[in-house]
Every structure is written in structure tokens, then in C-alpha cells.
Design a protein around this ligand. Structure first.
Ligand code: ATP
Ligand code: MG
Length: 574
């Protein structure tokens, strides 16, 4: 490809609203242009990278028996009503009407449509398992689109859906997909980690997220330093690793005045005690009327989904002021866990370690000191996992130290069970002609997000550093002195021809212009290998070779360039 004919509008400065490294570099490298908030054009260079990722994903999906299809992006309301998602999806679902006022949505995902297809076309156990997948544009009206194509509103997703005769077959397939996903991200040249996306407490490990490790990632990953445990911070399990203090160290309970100081931080300052000496009491209501108390160590924040799982009720809400006064008998901030027989107390594991702690006295303006749960709270319901993991928590699986990473979620796999197939009646006839509900799995990859994630992981001050497998071109050939020396053009043409016949993709910078500007552009767009052909190199029958990100140069004989480069490209990506 000749750069003089290529739509590659590089920029010296990124647009001011590009808000992370990949958004800036993708705009500067002429890969994308913003059309509206979260909506982008993909220009030729960007599309080449997108297609390379797509190809790797396609090959690995085919290798595990996937069949590629293409589903509509405009989907009828009726199907979304059948699963109930029309009403629960909220504002992320873009809804539209046609000329007859019939309602539709723009697909944010495609479980409804694909399950509808399968319920109509797959009837017998002989046709199972079936996995269908597509590369399709998705639209989600994200509340805060940001980071260029990483959290866009319109984006390209590979979505796959598998249908099985039973749970066992679905589990077997899930393992295959897990391995296929690992292969995909290894082949893309990315550093990544698959993590559990649902904690044991919330419902077994039936979902994984594949995270590209990058400091700029939005997700926090808890990873074991020894075993292969990894989980999204939101979902990471915390095990009880706290010892209860010895009763011999207990002091007598005392009350003290804290006047208008209610928060743990304020009272801690007032009495010069660390937050870890506090027991924070928080009141919740189940269905608006049944009280539940959560007790946290003062330095910890509650994770409400974990509390809901421990209590066994999703309909849990923080008590309002009136409810608080009614149950605790005091203003918000002065409540303690003691003396509320109708409100069971769920304590976080870490609360157990608090010796002679401070908590509310259930009286306005007062707190108590030297509170010890085992002595002063006989009615405790028990200790539970009620918060996000911190670096002080060991691996829930093997007890070793954990490490925290930042990551970008590029893929997500789910065992769906019969969630969609039951409501949509996707059924098949088994060997005995008995009708049974299919068991499903679904598996997404944010193809456009992968492109941005690769840049977040691979860049330097000069621009992008592509993993070779997804680089838009294998090599850039910078041609200099064409106007001054008649030998240059034919030599460039013959070099390009020999490279291309060896299957090497060449971006040839044949533009007029200063060498410095050309080199800057090639560095910016991140092509891993660069050749320079000039009057000077031609005099020696040579071409200059440089690897992106490495300072030194080499000189190669012109007629060996294609073989030498071919050998470098065959070397697997580091
Ligand atoms: P997130 O938590 O980042 O919003 P999600 O859990 O909503 O992601 P899924 O519904 O699992 O995402 O979608 C599958 C994949 O699609 C994700 O793993 C991600 O790579 C990609 N994806 C999701 N939302 C976006 C978006 N707004 N922009 C770009 N890619 C996205
Ligand atoms: Mg989302």
C-alpha cells in the first residue's frame, strides 16, 4: 500500500476530548475519527487492525465448532418482551419505531434473537450441541461513554451462543471456550488474565472475564501470587482469616460523649484512635420493614451485594432516617449493634479482630468504648464476607499473598443454564422423543475494545507498539530521495514486489517530505519493522532496517531483505 494514496490522516496533537492513551493514539494515528459521543468512524488503518483481531477470533471459534452467522441489529420489541428484558434493560437499550409505529431496539446483545432462531430451527437431540456466533455491531447507550472505542456506545462484538442437551455438555463446552479464549488473547500478543466474574458466595463460578492487564484499566483484579486464582475485585471472595481476641484483654465498657461527631472518621480524630479500633454499625431494611444490622471494622466499606447474599434477600436497602430512629432509638451515626433483638447482626470477618473497640451507644451524642463482640454481642448472627478484598486478605483458595492489578475487560463467558431457553421455550426432542429445554452458554469478546486495549498495553512516547500479530502492516518502507535519484523508484517497486510475494504486508511511505516527519509517522502508527531506502543505501546496494522501539540500525543487502524480514516475522511474538 502506497501512503500517498492511503487515507491515513495522522495528527500531531490529539483532539482535546480524547481521554486516555489509546483514544489519543488511535486518533493521532488516523485509525478512528469521532462522529458523536461514543460513535466512531474506522479508517483504513484502524479497520486493518480490527480485521486482524476478528480473524484470530474467527479461527478459534471455528476450531471449537462455531458456525458463523449474522443477526440483525434492529430487533423487534416482541422478542425482548418475551424475556422481560424490554422492561428491565433500562436506558442503555436504544429503542426505535418504524413508520408503522412498531417498536424495535438496536441490539446491545443478541440472546433473544439467536434463541428465537434456534427454537424454530433446531428440534432434535441429533442437532445438539450447536454453537452460533457473529461479529456484530452493538449499541449500548452508556451513561458515560469514554476512552474512545474502549467504552463506546457503538462497538464491534463477537458474540457466540451455544445450545446443549444438558448441563454436563454445556460445562464441557464452557471449558473448550475458556481454552479458545486463552488462545485468542495469546495469539493477539496480549498480557491477560482470566478471572472469576462471580464469587462463590453469589452463585458459583459460572462466569469468567478476560482482562488485559494495563495500568489504565477500569477494573481491579485480585490475583494470587502462587495459584491461578484471579477474580474481579467486585466479586473476589474474602475468607475468614481473623483470630478473635483473648477475653483476658477485655476492658470494661465505658460510654463517652462525642457531641455532634457521628462518622467513624470524625470520632477517630476526636479520640486519636485508629479506624481499625472501630465497629461501624449500618442498618438495612428487607422489603422496607425487616431490619438487619451490618457490622464492619471501621476502616472497611460494606459491599451491599455480599450483604444481600449473606442475608439471602436481594430486596435490601439502607434504612432512612426515620427507620433508623425507630429501630436504633437514636440519630443516624450513634447506633450500636447491641440491644436490638429484632435486628439480626451480620458482622464482617474483620470485625472479629477488633479488641476493646468503639461503637455507637444507641443514644444521641454518645459512643461506647471497650466493646468486645464475643462478650458484648451474644446475639450475633455470625461472621460473613461483607466487603471487597484488600491486600491484607490472602488468596481465598490457597491462602497465599494476593496481588492487585488493573485490567480492561475484553471478553466475558457465561454459563446461562436455561435462563433464556426456558422463557423462550427453546426445546428439543431427546432420544425418547421427550421434549426438553436446551441448556445455553454465551461468550462475548469486545473486538473493538481489544484494539484499544492492545494500545493501552503497548505504547511509548513516540506512539503505538503493536503486537506483531495484529499490527496493521508487517513492515513500513520509507522511500527517500525519489525526486533526486532515478534509481530509487524502480528499486522501491522491486523491493515491494519481492516482499509482497513473500506474503509480507508493506506500507510504503512514498510521500514527498522530510525524512524526520516520515519516521515520526511510522513510529506513531507503530509498525514493528521499518526499512529505509535512499540514495545513500542504494549506493551500497542496501536497505536500512530498524525495529520499532529499538534504537540501533542494521544494513541489509537489498536482495536479501525479503528473506531476512521473512525470517524475523516467522519468529513468534515476544
Ligand atoms: P462492561 O462491564 O465493561 O460494561 P459488560 O459486562 O457490560 O462490560 P458484556 O455484556 O459481557 O460486557 O459484553 C461483552 C464484551 O463486550 C465485554 O467483555 C467488552 O469487551 C465489550 N464491551 C461491552 N461494553 C462495551 C462498550 N461500551 N464499548 C466497547 N466494548 C464493550
Ligand atoms: Mg456494560
Amino acid at each position: 500500500m502506497k501512503l500517498s494514496r492511503y487515507l491515513l490522516p495522522t495528527l500531531r496533537e490529539a483532539p482535546s476530548d480524547a481521554d486516555n492513551v489509546s483514544a489519543r493514539l488511535m486518533q493521532r494515528a488516523g485509525m478512528i475519527r469521532k462522529v458523536a459521543s461514543g460513535i466512531y468512524d474506522w479508517l483504513p488503518l484502524g479497520l486493518r487492525v480490527l480485521r486482524k483481531v476478528e480473524r484470530i477470533v474467527r479461527e478459534e471459534m471455528d476450531a471449537v465448532g462455531g458456525q458463523e452467522i449474522l443477526l440483525p441489529v434492529i430487533q423487534p420489541k416482541s422478542l425482548w418482551k418475551e424475556t422481560g428484558r424490554w422492561d428491565v434493560y433500562g436506558k442503555e437499550l436504544l429503542r426505535l419505531k418504524d413508520r408503522k409505529d412498531a417498536e424495535f431496539c438496536f441490539a446491545p446483545t443478541a440472546e433473544e434473537v439467536v434463541t428465537d432462531l434456534v427454537r424454530r430451527e433446531v428440534r432434535s437431540w441429533r442437532q445438539l450441541p450447536t454453537m452460533l456466533y457473529q461479529f456484530g455491531l452493538k449499541f449500548r447507550d452508556e451513561i458515560r461513554p469514554r476512552f474512545g472505542v474502549m467504552r463506546a456506545r457503538e462497538f464491534l462484538m463477537k458474540d457466540a451462543y451455544s445450545f446443549h442437551a444438558d448441563e454436563a455438555d454445556a460445562s464441557l463446552h464452557y471449558q473448550k471456550i475458556y481454552e479458545a479464549y486463552r488462545k485468542i488473547f495469546v495469539r493477539c500478543g496480549l498480557k491477560f488474565k482470566p478471572v472469576e466474574a462471580q464469587s462463590g458466595a453469589i452463585g458459583g463460578s459460572t462466569s469468567h472475564e478476560f482482562m488485559v492487564l494495563a495500568e489504565t484499566g477500569e477494573e481491579t483484579i485480585v490475583s494470587c501470587s502462587k495459584c491461578d486464582y484471579g477474580a474481579n475485585l467486585e466479586r473476589a471472595e474474602v475468607k475468614d482469616h481473623y483470630a478473635a481476641p483473648e477475653a483476658s484483654s477485655f476492658k470494661s465498657v465505658t460510654k463517652f460523649e462525642t457531641q455532634d461527631k457521628t462518622s467513624v472518621a470524625e470520632v477517630a480524630k476526636l479520640v486519636s484512635r485508629p479506624l481499625t479500633d472501630f465497629l461501624k454499625t449500618q442498618l438495612y431494611m428487607i422489603n422496607g420493614h425487616k431490619p438487619v444490622i451490618a457490622l464492619m471494622r471501621g476502616d472497611h466499606e460494606i459491599h451491599e451485594a455480599k450483604l444481600a447474599a449473606a442475608v439471602g434477600s436481594p430486596a435490601l436497602q439502607r434504612a432512612n432516617e426515620a427507620q433508623y430512629r425507630q429501630v436504633m432509638g437514636c440519630k443516624v451515626g450513634y447506633g450500636g449493634p447491641q440491644g436490638h433483638p429484632d435486628a439480626p447482626v451480620y458482622a464482617d470477618f474483620a470485625a472479629k479482630s477488633v479488641l476493646n473497640g468503639i461503637t455507637g451507644a444507641n443514644q444521641d451524642g454518645l459512643h461506647v468504648d471497650h466493646f468486645n463482640i464475643s462478650r458484648d454481642l451474644p446475639a450475633l448472627k455470625g461472621y460473613f464476607d461483607l466487603r471487597c478484598a484488600t491486600p491484607e486478605d490472602p488468596c481465598p483458595r490457597c491462602g497465599s499473598r494476593t496481588v492487585f492489578y488493573k485490567g480492561i475487560e475484553v471478553g466475558h463467558t457465561f454459563k446461562l443454564g436455561t435462563k433464556y431457553s426456558a422463557v423462550l421455550k427453546a426445546e428439543y426432542l431427546d432420544e425418547r422423543q421427550k421434549s426438553r429445554v436446551m441448556v445455553m452458554g454465551c461468550y462475548g469478546i469486545g473486538v473493538s475494545r481489544v484494539v484499544a486495549a492492545a494500545i493501552e498495553q503497548g505504547h511509548d512516547k513516540d506512539g503505538i507498539l503493536w503486537p506483531p500479530a495484529i499490527s496493521p502492516f508487517h513492515v513500513a518502507l520509507v522511500v527517500l530521495d525519489e525526486a533526486d535519484d532515478a534509481r530509487v523508484r524502480p528499486a522501491a517497486d522491486s523491493l515491494v514486489a519481492s516482499l509482497e510475494s513473500a506474503g509480507i504486508e508493506v506500507l510504503e511511505d512514498d510521500r514527498d517530505g522530510k525524512p524526520g516527519v516520515k519516521f515520526k509517522d511510522i513510529d506513531l502508527i507503530g509498525i514493528p519493522h521499518r526499512l529505509v531506502l535512499s540514495k545513500k543505501t542504494l549506493d551500497a546496494g542496501e536497505v536500512e532496517y530498524k525495529r520499532r522501539g529499538v534504537a540501533s540500525f542494521e544494513r541489509w543487502k537489498l536482495d536479501e531483505a525479503s528473506d531476512l524480514l521473512g525470517a524475523l516475522l516467522a519468529v513468534p511474538a515476544l
